[in-house]
Ligand binder design. Structure first.
Ligand code: FES
Ligand code: FES
Length: 315
């Protein structure tokens, strides 16, 4: 099922962007969504209540915002596996500034199964059109939260400064225009879609965002994307060789070095730098190297074992 359309708001791009990025606003304006709860940056658990003909159902799904370019566009990825059927959809939402307002265009494709699919293409297209109309009407009446506006505060008049950068990430050269204030971790996750690098604190404490820049482990939330111009970056996605895990990944797998896994990409990247400089580290050296990485599941013993497993394998 394909859907697309445009809607013009008689307001500036900055305000429209803020509205379209405020989870509270989205939850209120999107027909059927009752609540959006963020469990990670730009990743949400969505609670739905759909009333549609014979369907009256409450269920949960996932909603991810990816490929975000501030004030310009993002992609919304929806995944629902509910008793009334499976929904997988991806919608690109783009903003275009005009003299007297902002045009929002959306284009998406969705796949449905179960009861939902049985409603038929014509009914579903009509429902999608009705929902879209309700959504934009509701958005136009909303006010974005102060937090969202504050995050955009350094931008004026709906415009942004853009700085060209060229970065080699996991062997592939990327060229983009980025905002001077964009963090490297945001660039990796939102522009390149490399979400293996996690954001646990945003205050350079937890280490879950650790990557390698020119061979050294760094916390990607402490660098701006513009500072990585010309650099060679390696993230956790760049370690495996096809289906074959890197020894350090294998070590975490074999020695149960992870529980929830949130800290794991950072732990792996920090450990890897250690092993590249010290082929046979002792327990104390491993613990010292990892002291900037926190595991909220407190699985430190097994993390040390995982690093030792990798050290033995890499010899
Ligand atoms: S997110 Fe970078 S150190 Fe926590
Ligand atoms: S495994 Fe859960 S935070 Fe480390």
């Amino acid at each position: 099922m394909h859907f697309e359309g445009t809607h013009k708001f008689p307001m500036g791009t900055r305000l429209v962007w803020a509205l379209l990025n405020d989870p509270g606003v989205l939850a209120r304006a999107t027909p059927g969504i009752k609540e959006l709860v963020a469990y990670e940056l730009d990743r949400y658990d969505a609670h739905f209540h759909i009333k549609l003909g014979p369907i009256n159902s409450v269920f949960k799904g996932k909603l991810d915002v990816v490929d975000k370019i501030t004030l310009r566009r993002y992609k919304l990825v929806v995944n629902v596996d509910a008793p009334i059927g499976v929904v997988q959809a991806a919608v690109i939402i783009a903003l275009q500034r005009e003299d007297d307002g902002t045009v929002v265009s959306f284009t998406g494709d969705g796949q449905l199964s179960g009861k939902l699919a049985r409603m038929g293409q014509r009914v579903l297209t009509g429902v999608a059109r009705m929902f879209t109309k309700q959504f934009f009407k509701a958005i136009g009446k909303e006010t974005p939260g102060e937090e969202i506006l504050a995050a955009l505060g350094s931008l004026s008049g709906g415009e942004r400064m853009a700085v060209p950068i060229k970065v080699t990430v996991n062997g592939k050269v990327h060229e983009h225009e980025v905002e001077p204030r964009q963090l490297l971790v945001q660039y990796l996750r939102e522009t390149l879609g490399l979400t293996g690098t996690h954001v646990g604190c945003d205050t350079s404490n937890c280490g879950s965002c650790t990557i390698h820049v020119d061979g050294k482990s760094v916390k990607a939330c402490t660098l701006l994307a513009v500072q990585a111009d010309g650099a060679t970056v390696r993230t956790v996605e760049g370690l495996a060789d096809g289906d074959t895990l890197h020894p350090i990944q294998e070590g975490f797998n074999q020695e149960h070095g992870l529980q929830c896994g949130f800290c794991t990409p950072g732990m792996i990247m920090t450990s890897l730098e250690l092993l590249e400089n010290n082929a046979d580290p002792g327990d104390a050296e491993i613990r010292h190297a990892l002291e900037g990485n926190f595991c909220r599941c407190t699985g430190y013993e097994n993390i040390v074992r995982s690093v030792k497993y990798a050290a033995a394998k890499m010899k």
